[in-house]
Design a protein around this ligand. Structure first.
Ligand SMILES: *Cc1c(COP(=O)(O)O)cnc(C)c1O
Length: 368
């Protein structure tokens, strides 16, 4: 038995005709960067997410960077975020000249714990940057309340939260801006890099439209310093096909998660918990196993042909690159516990119930 952690080829085969037509059509159209295909995708994503504006950029990382800039995060500012996330979240804060300030996470959801944020707010704090990890949104009502009280911006990192909802509202539609990633392994993945900023603010959307295209307000006339961060038309063509399948694929991910929950219920590992009001999209199905057994379990599963991933093996505050931020070991006990205990199991819409049962049997066998 060989089970990969994600199988992109299987998905491509299921929609090959439509993808090939869309890509071929785009090549024949002769429009390769931005253009009508990208504008059409922006419109579809904005309505999918229930926001007024969506601006496509070159990656999820760029979406974060440009959203932070559009929210006027700059040198001397502090941005409060989670230490248990992908490096792009904080790398982009630093690209703006600002400083990431960490707050510990919630053990149930792996997301930043809103109760830990208030004590981190200083006169320099400019924004809060929650990351909706694994496909589950952060508790946004308490974060928005804090932001209102202290006049802070809220930027939601939704790289793993396409088609995730908080109290009926799509991830990224609750704060000042939300950022999406179309990296191939995300729930809406292209065949290359891509990203998008979603927002209800016209001003923010226009600023990002300028920033992504060298700061041009109109061709060859520049008001601000910008970047080359545009989405390719071919990626937009692929994503437009895939977006039509996303609700079906998410429903399937949720079904697979329910199989895992069921088959793992007596195994002794901790299965994912969904907070009330959240609609989890299961970009990843992440379990936890205590007692320093995670790496051994991972190795055991690998020997059975089952691939797994660890998101993330070292918290950001303990990374060498952030030594100068001067956080020590023990600064965020919950996040540090999670880095040692989490394991993301195979998860993709094409996974079958028999495979899920076999994975669960292997895990139970290891735990006995
Ligand atoms: C994938 C990811 C990003 C970056 O997206 P790219 O498209 O790879 O640049 C940012 N934040 C989180 C939490 C991610 O998982």
């Amino acid at each position: 038995m060989q089970i990969p952690s994600i199988d992109l080829q299987k998905q491509y085969k299921s929609i090959k005709k439509q993808i090939d037509n869309a890509v071929g059509g785009d090549i024949r159209s002769g429009s390769f960067i931005l253009g009508p295909e990208v504008a059409a995708l922006e419109e579809k994503v904005a309505s999918f997410c229930g926001v007024k504006y969506a601006v496509a950029v070159a990656s999820g990382t760029d979406a974060l960077h440009l959203a932070l800039l559009a929210c006027e995060v700059g040198p001397g500012d502090e941005v409060i975020t989670t230490p248990f996330t992908f490096i792009a979240t904080t790398e982009t804060i630093i690209s703006c000249g600002a400083r990431p300030v960490f707050a510990d996470i919630d053990l149930q959801t792996y997301n930043i714990d809103p109760d830990q944020i208030a004590s981190k707010i200083t006169a320099r704090t400019r924004a809060i940057l929650p990351v909706h990890l694994f496909g589950q949104t952060t508790g946004m009502n308490p974060i928005k309340k804090l932001a209102r009280q202290h006049k802070l911006k809220v930027i939601e990192d939704c790289a793993q939260a396409m088609n995730s909802f908080y109290k009926g509202k799509h991830a990224g539609s609750l704060g000042d801006a939300g950022t999406l990633s179309f990296f191939p392994t995300k729930t809406l993945g292209g065949y290359g890099d891509g990203g998008m900023v979603i927002t209800n603010s016209k001003k923010t959307a226009e600023k990002i439209r300028q920033l992504r295209n060298h700061g041009a307000a109109k061709k060859y006339y520049y008001k601000i310093n910008g970047f080359n961060s545009r989405l390719d038309s071919i990626q937009a063509a692929v994503l437009r096909v895939k977006l039509r399948y996303l609700p079906k694929w998410t429903a399937r991910r949720r079904l697979i998660a329910s199989w895992y929950d069921q088959y793992l219920s007596a195994s002794g590992v901790v299965t994912p918990k969904t907070a009330p009001g959240n609609h989890h999209s299961y970009n990843y199905y992440t379990i936890a196993i205590s007692g320093n057994r995670r790496n051994q379990l991972r190795k055991y599963l690998r020997q059975q042909g089952i691939a797994t991933e660890v998101y993330y093996p070292l918290c950001l505050h303990l990374q060498e690159v952030y030594k100068k931020l001067a956080y020590g070991k023990g600064a965020f006990p919950v996040a540090e516990k999670c880095q040692n205990e989490v394991l993301s199991l195979p998860m993709y819409p094409e996974l079958g119930e028999k495979q899920v049962a076999a994975i669960a049997r292997s895990i139970a066998r290891y735990c006995r």
